[in-house]
Design a protein around this ligand. Structure first.
Ligand SMILES: Nc1ncnc2c1ncn2[C@@H]1O[C@H](COP(=O)(O)OS(=O)(=O)O)[C@@H](OP(=O)(O)O)[C@H]1O
Ligand SMILES: Nc1ncnc2c1ncn2[C@@H]1O[C@H](COP(=O)(O)OP(=O)(O)O)[C@@H](O)[C@H]1O
Length: 210
């Protein structure tokens, strides 16, 4: 039942650069317009299918590989996928470009100074106090993208301006979708959510028994 492939818009950037904020706005606009769209957020995925993975180079690579697998699957069925994940290494992004059909890299540019001043989750302060190790930009590398398809600047431009720019790209370039196969895929993803929920309950029960 494979249909024409959709696009995967992959937001890469430092923690606090504005990946999630921007992607959420795009998601809302597309969903409100009735377009099949899914948002995979690094933070949320880490507490679901990437539970147990840390921030070593190896774990980050595995995290990105798993997100890429799901994104590619959804995209193959015509869903426009938005991914928000730091994706700090060139090696990862090279892999994504070759692995994902319809991969579009969006570099969410914001200086480390401004991200640190925003410190949305208080993680930069913890990283400076060395309570968190291997923190991107402080004690682990963020290798700047040199092949991004779209670069947005969240220091110079408003959320609104950046969202408009990406929406314009989507309206001009995004792949058309086959609604029937999307409906089947939505049903499959609901089923997958149920399986994840059941797995988590089994895990809790096993914990209670021990
Ligand atoms: N050591 C370290 N380095 C970077 N980030 C850290 C770290 N520890 C926890 N966090 C929180 O985890 C979020 C990043 O997860 P990602 O899956 O996007 O990271 S990666 O792409 O695998 O590098 C990231 O979320 P965002 O702030 O939304 O980017 C942080 O909240
Ligand atoms: N132009 C902008 N674009 C996106 N976020 C912005 C902008 N200006 C300020 N912010 C703020 O910066 C923070 C970005 O946080 P978040 O979207 O969670 O980043 P990330 O997902 O990259 O970690 C939010 O508090 C947001 O309100």
């Amino acid at each position: 039942m494979e249909s024409s492939s959709g696009n995967v818009l992959w937001f890469t950037g430092l923690s606090g650069s504005g990946k999630t904020t921007t992607a959420q706005h795009i998601y809302k606009q597309l969903a409100d317009a009735g377009r099949p769209v899914e948002l995979l957020d690094g933070d949320e995925i880490r507490s679901a299918i990437c539970k147990g993975l840390g921030f070593s180079r190896e774990d980050r690579l595995e995290n990105i590989r798993r997100i890429a697998y799901v994104a590619n699957l959804l995209s193959k069925h015509g869903i426009l996928v938005l991914v928000s994940a730091i994706t700090p290494y060139r090696e990862m992004r090279k892999y994504l470009r070759s692995y994902i059909t319809g991969y579009v890299e969006i570099y969410v540019h914001c200086s480390l100074e401004v991200c640190e001043a925003r410190d949305v989750k208080g993680l930069y302060a913890k990283a400076r106090r060395q309570e968190i190790t291997m923190f991107t930009g402080i004690s682990d590398a963020y290798e700047e993208p040199d092949q991004a398809d779209i670069v947005i600047d969240t220091e110079q431009n408003s959320v609104h301006a950046n969202v408009n720019r990406i929406m314009q790209w989507i309206n001009q370039n995004a792949q058309e979708v086959d609604v029937e196969s999307v409906q089947s895929c939505v049903a499959a993803s609901q089923e997958m959510e149920r399986v994840v929920e059941i797995n988590s309950k089994i895990g809790q029960l096993e914990g209670d028994i021990r």
